[in-house]
Design a protein around this ligand. Structure first.
Ligand SMILES: *[C@@H]1O[C@H](CO)[C@@H](O)[C@H](O)[C@H]1NC(C)=O
Ligand SMILES: *[C@@H]1O[C@H](CO)[C@@H](O)[C@H](O)[C@H]1NC(C)=O
Ligand SMILES: *[C@@H]1O[C@H](CO)[C@@H](O)[C@H](O)[C@H]1NC(C)=O
Ligand SMILES: *[C@@H]1O[C@H](CO)[C@@H](O)[C@H](O)[C@H]1NC(C)=O
Ligand SMILES: *[C@@H]1O[C@H](CO)[C@@H](O)[C@H](O)[C@H]1NC(C)=O
Ligand SMILES: *[C@@H]1O[C@H](CO)[C@@H](O)[C@H](O)[C@H]1NC(C)=O
Length: 346
């Protein structure tokens, strides 16, 4: 066996299994960047590889400035309609930006990631369609720095449904997570744009089981399409900050996810994308438990754009473990300035 082959073997055998668990830093913090709606893929008007290169470049800058512990890709990473068989090529180009910076990631699917090819009545469930939602998540799962998981098969066609744990900082003992990151699938493509009732039941069951084992572990929820309650929160919520320069287009039906979140005392906040020109946060819920409902910020150059004053950038979320945990958040713009800073207290 020649030397390069030995090297290849070593590289292969130190693959995904070597990925260490996520942990708080020694100061009890954990920083996430939310990557929203970058829509990479083949060209379509002002979209395509040329603007994608700008996207990769500003994301690399973001990672250099923020040094996050995790990137959460909250959907519409690719415009599946335009890429079909090449979906994973574009997926890998995007993920490569995070890999090169040594930043692990998780992903959920948006309504565009696994669209049908050509739009002529096909969808990813149609016979002959080349990409499907399951395969995209399975693909991501195998990547070197991925913490993505494939959800239970009973929830399909929803596939990006899972919890990722952030453990206490190095040196602290115990397997009780310090932070739980819940990922949900709001569909699209050949799947209705909804959070199925089965997912809400799964959320209830999963949280109940974890609660009985570990008590209330602070929890963040990531989903692509906004819940219905975002509109209520914008109209009548508390402590709103950020921009509302876009409509709010929620899931097609309200299956009671918010009611489940409100009833789960450990849930701190929800982060969505989908409506590119919103980046507000508002508190919404009962007197006893309010949840922060936040949008990300359009992180890249693909996909529809916003009023000219609204440049690209990404939401940054720092969890801080305290007597009462808090979230410190801002949007890091592509020119490195910070907008809409806020502290979400519980
Ligand atoms: C994008 O960047 C890559 C790598 O630098 C380069 O090879 C490619 O030609 C660029 N594509 C476009 C359309 O500019
Ligand atoms: C996309 O797929 C086609 C057909 O398999 C191939 O010819 C083309 O080079 C691919 N494009 C990219 C960017 O990988
Ligand atoms: C999607 O891909 C998975 C994994 O390859 C396969 O088992 C499943 O049948 C596919 N589903 C559809 C609807 O094509
Ligand atoms: C997608 O295609 C499958 C198979 O042809 C069909 O059963 C399903 O109704 C289609 N879904 C949508 C949303 O059109
Ligand atoms: C989830 O749990 C909450 C609190 O127990 C309950 O009100 C709600 O009905 C449950 N949702 C579903 C879909 O079972
Ligand atoms: C950076 O971008 C923001 C938002 O687009 C803008 O308000 C600000 O003036 C810019 N700052 C600099 C130094 O260009």
């Amino acid at each position: 066996m020649t030397a390069p082959n030995v090297l290849a073997l070593i590289l292969l055998s130190s693959g995904a299994a070597a990925l260490p668990p996520l942990r708080l830093r020694s100061d009890g913090s954990f920083t996430i960047v939310q990557i929203a709606d970058v829509h990479t893929g083949e060209g379509e008007g002002s979209w395509g590889p040329k603007v994608d290169n700008k996207t990769y470049s500003v994301l690399a800058d973001l990672l250099r400035i923020e040094h996050p512990d995790l990137a959460v890709l909250t959907g519409d990473m690719i415009t599946g309609l335009n890429v079909d068989a090449n979906a994973t090529v574009y997926w890998d180009r995007l993920v490569g930006v995070f890999d090169r910076a040594g930043v692990p990631h998780t992903a959920i699917l948006g309504n565009h990631d696994a669209e049908p090819f050509s739009g002529s009545g096909k969808n990813q469930s149609s016979p002959g369609a080349k990409t499907n939602r399951t395969r995209l998540i399975q693909h991501d799962q195998r990547l070197r720095m991925s913490h993505t998981q494939l959800g239970p098969s009973s929830l399909q066609p929803a596939v990006s449904v899972y919890v990722v744990d952030v453990l206490p900082s190095q040196g602290q003992s115990g397997s009780r997570p310090a932070l739980q990151l819940v990922h949900l699938d709001s569909g699209g493509g050949g799947m209705p744009e909804e959070l199925s009732t089965e997912q809400v039941v799964w959320f209830n069951d999963t949280m109940r089981a974890r609660r009985s084992k570990w008590g209330d572990v602070p929890t963040l929820v990531f989903v692509h399409i906004p819940l219905w309650e975002y509109q209520d929160a914008l109209n009548g919520g508390d402590q709103c900050f950020g921009d509302a320069d876009d409509g709010i287009t929620p899931t097609i039906s309200n299956t009671g996810l918010f009611a489940a979140l409100e009833a789960a005392p450990e849930v701190m906040a929800v982060f969505v994308g989908h409506d590119h020109c919103n980046d507000f946060c508002c508190k919404w819920g009962s007197q006893t438990h309010k949840v922060d409902l936040c949008f990300g910020h359009h992180s890249g150059y693909g996909g529809y754009d916003c009023p000219s004053a609204y440049d690209h950038g990404s939401r940054v979320i720092t969890f801080q473990q305290n007597q009462r945990p808090q979230l410190i958040t801002h949007v890091r713009m592509v020119n490195a300035s910070i907008t809409h800073p806020g502290i979400l207290k519980y």
